[in-house]
Design a binder for this molecule. Sequence first.
Ligand SMILES: [Cu+2]
Length: 401
Amino acid sequence: MNPRRSFLTSLFGLGAGAAVLTRAAKAKQVSDTETPGPLPVVTPDVADLPFTVDNGVKVLHLVAEPVKQTVIPGRTFDLWGFNGSAPGPTIQANEGDRVRFIFENHLPEPTAIHWHGLELPIEMDGVPGIGQKPVAPGGRFVYEFTLHQNGTFFYHSHMAMQEMVGMLGGFIIHPKIPYSPRVDKDYLILLQEYAVLPNSTMPNSMNMEFNWLTFNGKSGPAATPLIIRLGDRVRIRLINLGMDHHPIHLHGYTFQVTGHEGARQPEAIWARGDTVLVGVAQARDIEFVADRVGDWMFHCHLPHHMMNHMSSNVGSMAMTNGPLSMKMPGMAMPANAEQIPLFPQDAYMEGPMMAMDKEVEKPETYGLPAGWSGFIGGMMTLARVLPPDQYEKIMELKAAR
Ligand SMILES: [Cu+2]
């Protein structure tokens, strides 16, 4: 008998048979750890909400509070969000989990959290004045319930104007039985919109014309590109809470719509397409195999939602200050540009003169052509499908960050 077995036998009174069982149990444990768990969802530019475990219950802390959210470099807005950001941190849990949310209201007015799409007791539904008392400023409320669904959900304030100033977050419930086929990348993007008048940092929640459109609280080109290795199967989950429906379009690929808010869809009805309309209060999951290299645009296709800080076009005003060509380095302007009806359109909205490559530089933008950032605005980012060497280079840069 080897010394270790002898030690165990003396410590636990285990006979030879028990020792064999122990080895079998150990082998099972090893194979369990080898079984891949749910692939974590990545929410670019947004943190995950951490949790602790208390007697098998996942405990999470959410604080509603005023936040400063930088949508692009140089533009920081006063919003209301959760735990320091708008949108708030992403919740990731597993089907079957018991969860407890300790919620604190650090806003100057009453609020509550609604768990959009979750099947739970009415007193946990988070509607102030109906299922629960409003949570007063400085107040606290504990939500606790069991998750028996899986899919792409979200949480938000159920007060209409609060929704319009940022109070939204993602809530991913990973399935007990993994979805098939498995994906290599799983992203979450939350769609929000704000109307911020010139010289203001505060959105006007009653305005119906939105001039700042965000993916995860960032407008293009500040929205971090999705980094995909050639051959990866990719899922992108989209959540929309605002006043507009957003037709989200992916260049270069035909995807399948595999999930709606509330549930994954049966494979037999997965719709194929390249644009998915994400209506207000809806979520859509799309999946595709990234088998074509490129920096592919991924964006809302409403023209006004592809721009930043849109304000009325002021015609040839800029021409009073010198020849137009001088203002547009690298752009050859026809001599009679001023006389061409409708000019300018995009000349002042995007292009080389609006580029901010340096300001938005990060590992995920490595290798993009100079001036790229001048052509990306609003609800827009890039799905960068990269060959292995370029993919690894970006992973190295990220690790070194
Ligand atoms: Cu849109």
